[in-house]
Ligand binder design. Structure first.
Ligand code: NCD
Length: 431
């Protein structure tokens, strides 16, 4: 592989520097010239550690009409990601060593981003019997995070056993917090808008009750719990109190919960149907503040591609979920103050360093330093773009931002020094 010299990038917290990449790693940082190196002009660009997504639905195996590991990781690279954690709700479910190894192998073969499979907590996501957690942890996929996402581990006994199990090897349960009895038939956030539209409501307490319970179980067992897609102000309060007591809990928020509200449901456009649902303005404000403060540890996309037949139908019949990978960075910038005021160091913390730490991905979430793997993204902070669904790298089109102008663009993404995206374009051959 030829050496690569990134010239004049703004290194978060360090100012303008050149970065020399050799054999996939950072060789030198400073004011550099390098004969024979391929130069990437990064004048005016911010260099971030490659983004890490804790929550991606890649749909393979089973729903390759909606996304494949290849198309999903191309979308990830386009969005500035160098690693994604693939959720277990595929067909078959990722509840055995065989399936997680297959997903990891597909990720390696595609080469656009590191794919770390998440294993199911329960067989078939049915919430009845523990899946082969030990076999998945000991497999070549080295699974450390387990989740029934899409479903809540609602049985407290099963949750307790899962926590006790993963604690033995330093693993983590990522909980989709939704008390199922409180959301039967639910279609959107419960409140004045659902009442007006006549759609069955999804009460915020369905999320908060499970978060409160699992905080207590985490403290009781001494195990680690991570809360997926936190969406309500009261959930933030509970997590804040838990952290103050020293509970080993972490939490993520999705870009759409940082920007959109249940008002969008007035369109009856199912592109806005998502689990958990879009909430109220007041929740958005609290989630933004909690992200800035660190009560919410990370931004995670919950990238949920859906085929047209599952989304272009009446609201009640549509599957919940929206695309996220290609728009997450722009929305995170908006949520953290906008392109002129965003604190890039904080942004790197919430979108890269902390999620890498939570998932245990040691080669990711690292700022450039000699010897470290060259997993970076170059962002143009002054540019903007308009979301055109047909132009997205994802196989699916269910973005809630169609036609919207968003700040900042990803100019390049490097995975172990190889450009997965260069000049804003996905590499057809990664080199
Ligand atoms: C997820 C999906 O489509 O896999 N959808 C979503 O709205 N977040 C699963 C789920 O949580 O329902």
């Amino acid at each position: 592989m030829t050496d690569r010299l990134i010239k004049g990038a703004d290194l978060v917290g360090k100012g303008r520097r050149d970065v020399l990449i050799r054999d996939g790693r950072v060789a030198e940082i400073g004011s550099l010239t390098a004969a024979g190196a391929e130069v990437v002009d990064a004048d005016g660009l911010v260099l971030l550690p490659g983004l890490v997504d804790l929550h991606t639905h890649l749909r393979e195996p089973g729903r390759e009409d909606a996304e494949t590991v290849r198309s999903g990781t191309r979308a990830a690279a386009k969005g500035g990601y160098t690693a994604v954690c693939a959720m277990a709700n595929s067909y078959p479910v990722a509840d055995t060593a065989g399936v997680v190894e297959q997903v990891a192998a597909l990720g390696k073969a595609a080469g656009y981003a590191d794919v770390q499979p998440i294993g199911a907590v329960s067989i078939g996501l049915e919430g009845k019997q523990l899946a082969e957690i030990g076999a998945m942890a000991g497999s070549a996929a080295n699974v450390r995070v387990f989740s029934d996402d899409g479903h809540c581990v609602s049985d407290p006994v099963l949750m307790r056993r899962a926590l006790e199990y993963v604690k033995t090897f330093g693993g983590l349960i990522a909980q989709h917090a939704e008390e199922p009895r409180l959301t039967e038939g639910a279609q959107m956030n419960e409140g004045p808008v659902s009442a007006e539209l006549g759609l069955p409501g999804w009460p915020s307490v369905a999320e908060e009750a499970i978060i409160a319970r699992d905080v207590l179980l985490a403290e009781y067992t001494g195990a680690r719990v991570h809360f997926c897609h936190v969406s309500t102000a009261r959930s933030v309060d509970i997590i804040r109190e838990a952290k103050a007591r020293g509970a080993q809990v972490t939490a993520e928020v999705c870009p759409h919960h940082l920007l959109l509200t249940d008002e969008a449901a007035r369109t009856y456009d199912p592109v806005y149907k998502v689990n958990p649902p879009l909430r109220r303005d007041a929740d958005v404000a609290v989630l933004r503040a909690a992200l800035a403060e660190g009560v919410i540890d990370a931004v995670a996309t919950d990238h949920a591609p859906h085929a047209p037949q599952d989304k272009d139908c009446e609201w009640a019949a549509a599957r919940p979920g929206m695309l996220g990978l290609e728009t997450a960075l722009s929305i995170a910038v908006l949520a953290l103050g906008g392109p002129d005021d965003v604190d890039w160091d904080l942004l790197a913390e919430r979108t890269s360093r902390t999620p890498a730490r939570i998932a245990g991905l040691e080669a990711h979430g690292r700022d450039p330093q000699p010897g470290a793997e060259a997993n970076f993204t170059l962002v143009d902070p002054a540019a903007s773009w308009t979301v055109v669904p047909e132009g997205l790298a994802s196989l699916s089109r269910n973005t809630p931002y169609a036609g919207r102008k968003l700040p900042v663009t990803v100019q390049a993404t490097f995975l172990r020094g190889r450009a997965t995206v260069l000049n804003g374009t996905i590499a057809e051959e990664i080199q």
